[in-house]
Write a protein that binds this ligand. Structure first.
Ligand code: SF4
Ligand code: SF4
Length: 100
């Protein structure tokens, strides 16, 4: 069962992500992302917003598919900077994996 934690986005600031709550889930980043995935990176950002840390950890390897091309960050209408959110999630996931 996925445990939802609304405080998770606050916790992620420690890893460099402080923009996830600006996302309003428009899907522009999904449309522009060159990865063949119909939900990346928006799905991960939504997980941050609802605090679904177990799902983020389960999807952790997907984060390394990101090319850091910057297209999503340049086109996001809310300046949510999805590319930076992915970087912050990588730091979070690495720290969590080290503790396992
Ligand atoms: S483009 Fe920006 S606001 Fe739209 S879903 Fe992606 S991160 Fe959220
Ligand atoms: S930075 Fe990553 S998530 Fe954003 S468009 Fe490029 S590959 Fe996709």
């Amino acid at each position: 069962m996925t445990v939802v934690s609304p405080e998770f986005a606050e916790e992620l600031k420690e890893y460099g992500d402080d923009t996830a709550l600006q996302c309003f889930n428009c899907g522009t980043c999904v449309a522009i992302c060159p990865l063949v995935d119909d939900s990346f990176p928006r799905r991960l950002i939504r997980y941050v917003q609802i605090g679904a840390r177990e799902r983020i950890l389960a999807s952790g390897r997907d984060l390394w598919k990101c090319l850091h091309c910057g297209l999503c960050s340049r086109t996001c209408p809310r300046q949510a900077d999805p590319g930076e959110i992915i970087l912050g999630l990588k730091r979070y996931v690495l720290a969590a994996w080290r503790e396992e």
